[in-house]
Ligand binder design. Sequence first.
Ligand SMILES: [Zn+2]
Length: 269
Amino acid sequence: MFIDTHCHLDILSKDANPGAILDRATKQNIQMVVNPAVDISSSKAILQLAKQFSQVKPAVGVHPNDIHNQSIEEIIPSLNVLSKDPSIVAIGEIGLDYYHQNTAKELQKRVFIEQLLLAQNSKLAVIIHSRESLTDVIQIIQTHYPAQSMAGNVRLRGVFHAFEGNLEDAMEVVKLGFLIGIGGPVTYKNAKDKQRIARELPLESIVLETDSPFLSPVPFRGQINEPANIKIIAEKVANLRECDIKQVETVTTMNADRLFFIGDALVRE
Ligand SMILES: [Zn+2]
């Protein structure tokens, strides 16, 4: 079985039936999807979806592009309450976005740091979004978690989703104890850095994600993405590594299971 570690099913469901989307995924052996939130209202909607569909593993969090100048006092107490739901598998997606930068950098940083702390206190994984901000994201983690991953001392576990850096950056992130999310862009012709990461990073450090409805893989580039397309991404990774897709399936599913503690993926293999 495969796990889509980053699927905005709540956004997809605005124009389509979530049950049908999940059925198409199941037919391709994608048995679980982690649904990250972008703000408080999507966090609530995702929790509802998870109650309807057992394949949906919800995350709650506020995306750096969706802070909309809310204060820490408005955001964190609500998230704190939501994160107590036993179905929650992560805090996310959270991070910094200097590309869109519709919120001041300082406020983005404070909201990010508070959410890291919430994840640590609730022993949840984090799903990190970083766009043109990788240096600051890494620096924040190093500053606030100085012993992170030193001698296996991982206080904060998580994934850098839609990873924007090169192989050297990815190795630095892995050294900090985090995983790297690989999605549709790895199939794009000019995505040399992403392909190099998929080829050379230890498979133990990789999880698969669609970021649906965004970032469809070739040959569906530009169309609406959905979790069934994980299979195409896995095939590309297997191709790049010159290994069997079964190996990509087994190891990346184990990684996702270890990261989010979502059940018996190990046993099912
Ligand atoms: Zn996303």
